[in-house]
Structure formats: C-alpha cells, structure tokens
Design a protein around this ligand. Sequence first.
Ligand code: 5GP
Length: 221
Amino acid sequence: MSDPISDPAIHAGEVSRRGLMLVLSSPSGAGKTTLSRRLLAEFPDLTMSISVTTRPKRPGEQDGVDYSFIDRINFDLMINKRELLEHAKVFDHYYGTPAGPVEAALADGRDILFDIDWQGAQQLKQEKRDDLASIFILPPSTKELEQRLKSRAQDSDEVVARRMSKAADEISHWPEYDYVVVNQDMEDALGQVRAILTAERLKRARQTYLVNFVKRLQDGQ
Ligand code: 5GP
C-alpha cells in the first residue's frame, strides 16, 4: 500500500506538508535517548535537533553528533545573536536549540525531533505552538529510574543522586505536554510514540498539499 504522506503521485512535486516539531521530555534515565535513536532509525525523514551545550563531553559522545559542545562565551554569543530558539540551564550547565536547522527543516517539510527539558518545551510552545507536538516520557517507577541511571555508569554516584532529586521536579511538568507515555517496556513505548508521530503528520493543517490535491479530485482528475 502506498504511503499517502510521501506518495509523489499525490503531491505532484509540491512540498508535501509542513514539518513537525516532535518534543520528547523526561527525567534522565526514563529511556528518552533510546527512544529517540530507535525513532530516527525507523523514520529516515525525521532529523534530530542537535543542541549546543556547555556541559563537558561524556565518554563516547561525539561533538556535532550528540551535542555541539561549546563554552559559555560562545553560548552567550548565540543568545545575543538570537541564534537559539530556546535555551535553559539544566543541572549546572546550559543547553540550547540552534534555530537555523529547525527553520530550514520545517520549510522543507521535514520533521525534527527534540530531546529537551520542560523549560525548553515551554519556550518552544510559546514560539511555535502550531508546529509542535510534545510527549512526556514517564518511568514505570522511581526504583526503576534509579536502576537505569546507575546502570548507565557514565555519571558519578553524586551526579546520579542529583539527577534523582531533579527527576521529581522534571516529572511535575507532565501536565504541560500533549501526550504522556509510560516507558514500562521499550517496544510498547516505541509503538505509542510511533502512533503519535503518524497521527500528528496526518493532521489536516500539516498536509499542505491537500488543497491542490482535493482541487484536482474535484476537477475529476
Ligand atoms: P544530558 O546532560 O543528560 O545530555 O541532558 C540533560 C537534560 O538537558 C535532558 O533532560 C535533556 O533533555 C536536556 N536538554 C538537552 N538539550 C537541551 C536543549 O537544547 N534545551 C533544553 N531546554 N534542554 C536540553
């Protein structure tokens, strides 16, 4: 069966639809990173927004892939030049979303995935409500969250403890999101996020090609 979202016969050379900003937020350790990776692997037309951060690189992280790692001076410069769509201090470090790639993708009809915290999600909602779909990922329990943070083994015990205490704060923002997924089982959670993405893509206002498509149908073509 052809996919009406990307079928070239239906779009007849037009930009098929307006891109969508899919925001994933959760406390650290709720499985957001794995979910993002799986989604990106599955949907070739979904692009990850690469944030800038002043946080030091963790082992295994790549500059320009996981984040663009910059210093505070350059971060402030980007704010002053209005190059960030949103920015926030999370734990002890600064994080922000470069605006350029997002605007380009939206205009091009590509979707962008954001792994940002509630502060960033709030700011994007103010700026881009119509282009945004936001999902909050909850862990199945506090114990499971702690276990996942410890098994990551990338952070020190002290950092894990601080992330746990921050988790409650992050979780308190769940009512601000359009959708909530409890990540008990990765495959189930992925299925739910996939369903959200598919439905959001099919929203009438996002299918910009429909006006001409329906016109052609009405003309008997
Ligand atoms: P981490 O240091 O573990 O990679 O990320 C810490 C937190 O910062 C996560 O909750 C992540 O979603 C959030 N974060 C990452 N990039 C951005 C960003 O560009 N903006 C905002 N507001 N939060 C971000």
